[in-house]
Ligand binder design. Structure first.
Ligand SMILES: [Zn+2]
Length: 465
């Protein structure tokens, strides 16, 4: 169901990835965020329970909240399996404080790449499908390149400082919920003993409004769940969340209510049908913005994924974690993932009118991480402009130039080691729609790229709704 152009300019905070660039705000945000509180408040206990279906449920248990009575009480994921309610041994209610979880000593140095697949076909109809043989080769390559494939749950636990992960880790995800994930990919992944995650959009599940011949059923998803496959959310209807007008919106009076339904209801439905706790969201087409990200985090997700492939670190912002969206017509995306370099090519149209081969001058535009990002609205009159030029190739130092519409050339600092270009505006922005034009010499050739963002002075800020 990947039918729209993939654009993902989404990771401004990810600029520091691989560059040693310090993002203090994001660190602060992460550490002071609701999930830090959750981590402090929650003691994660894995209880194996026997049910008539021999399912395993991981239950989150709230332990000794009393000392934190002033803190916001976290909402616990609802447990409402269709299968009979598990019999849980009563948890000893210790009157004295429970020892704190063994945390805070987790090595935060690790790196993670997250791979995103869709369909597995002998004769791929488009780039979103990969042959079983190519998939097998890629799975083997992960081993050969020293990756340890870890479960999504370990990645999330690491981010909560609850569990260490190998320094070079990989998470495998399969989007949408196609049968070929079950029929073709699963046996290959089993053979390699690789854990993986299915990002499901619930209307596509058999019987749902958008289901088809290639859809998995709830029964098959339960079977996968029972075998240890991780299942997470990919919204209800797989709509581009940034587009405000859509056929599904007629049921909801406002865009915000529609968004909340898309994001939260898929989580609710998955938890209801599968009796699992859903903590991760994959934005359809990788598309998001500030409002979408905020709603995702308010809806109880710990992590939300884009398709902007990049090396993830302990401090990568939880609401925009980049995945390498595999495209069988663009093998570079997989080699970028193996090399843990940014870009990943996921920012380009999957329809690929040019077969994915962009002229050098446009290459950067499709895959560069910028601040402000494409389409973003900024309030500051003199925002700092940044771009990670890693995807441009070997940029010749001293040749980077940045021009800003309405202002003209601005002073640029370029760090050849981190590949970061940073421009300072000496005068305030004038136009509401701002275009940034960046040029540099790459192997003796001038390469130019541009992106746009919006400027709305703070006084004109919209109502906080
Ligand atoms: Zn999808």
């Amino acid at each position: 169901m990947w039918t729209e152009p993939l654009r993902s300019w989404d990771c401004n905070k990810a600029l520091g990835i691989g560059s040693g660039f310090s993002w203090e705000e994001s660190v602060i945000k992460n550490e002071a965020g609701p999930f830090a509180n959750l981590a402090r408040l929650l003691y994660v206990s894995r209880i194996t329970v026997s049910t008539t279906m021999n399912c395993r449920f991981s239950l989150l248990l709230l332990v000794s909240c009393m000392p934190f009575a002033a803190c916001k009480k976290p909402t616990l994921p609802a447990l409402h399996p269709e299968t009979p309610a598990p019999k849980v041994e009563p948890v000893a209610q210790e009157p004295e404080p429970t020892p704190p979880p063994k945390v805070k000593s987790v090595d935060t140095k690790g790196s993670v790449v997250v791979l995103c697949y869709h369909r597995f076909e002998e004769k791929p109809k488009d780039g979103m499908a990969i042959t079983p043989a190519a998939f097998e080769t890629q799975m083997q390559a992960l081993k050969e390149h020293g990756f340890t494939v870890i479960p999504m749950q370990d990645f999330l636990a690491w981010r909560r400082a609850e569990k260490a992960i190998p320094e070079k880790s990989c998470v495998i995800t399969i989007d949408d919920g196609y049968r070929s994930g079950y029929d073709v990919a699963w046996p290959i992944l089993k053979k390699h003993e690789y854990p993986f995650t299915m990002f499901i959009y619930t209307a596509f599940v058999k019987g749902g409004a958008l289901s088809g011949g290639g859809s998995l059923s709830w029964a098959e998803l339960r079977e996968m769940r029972d075998a240890g496959v991780d299942i997470q959310s990919h919204t209800v209807n797989h709509q581009n969340l940034r587009i405000k007008k859509g056929k599904f919106q007629t049921q909801f009076p406002t865009y915000e209510e529609w968004l909340r339904n898309e994001i939260a209801d898929s989580r609710r439905l998955l938890e209801q049908h599968l009796g699992i706790s859903v903590k991760a969201l994959a934005y359809p087409y990788g598309n998001h913005n500030e409002e979408i990200r905020a709603i995702a985090m308010q809806s109880g997700y710990e992590a939300a994924f884009t398709v902007y492939g990049q090396r993830l670190t302990y401090h990568s912002p939880a609401d925009q974690l980049g995945r390498y969206a595999m495209d069988s017509t663009k093998p570079k995306i997989f080699s970028d993932a193996l090399a843990m370099v940014g870009g990943g090519g996921g920012g380009e149209s999957s329809g690929g009118g040019n077969g994915g081969v962009a002229p050098v001058g446009q290459l950067a535009a499709a895959s560069m991480v910028t601040v402000p990002m494409e389409g973003e609205t900024v309030r500051e009159a003199r925002p700092t402009i940044k771009a990670n030029l890693a995807t441009m190739g070997d940029v010749e130092a001293g040749t980077v130039e940045i021009r800003v519409s309405g202002i003209g050339p601005v002073p640029v600092k370029y760090n050849a080691t981190t590949k970061l270009a940073e421009a300072t505006l000496l005068q305030p922005l004038k136009d509401k729609q701002v275009t940034v034009i960046l040029s540099a010499l790459v192997a003796g050739r001038k390469v130019e790229t541009r992106w746009s963002f919006n400027y709305e002075p703070a006084v004109a800020a919209a109502s906080p709704r």
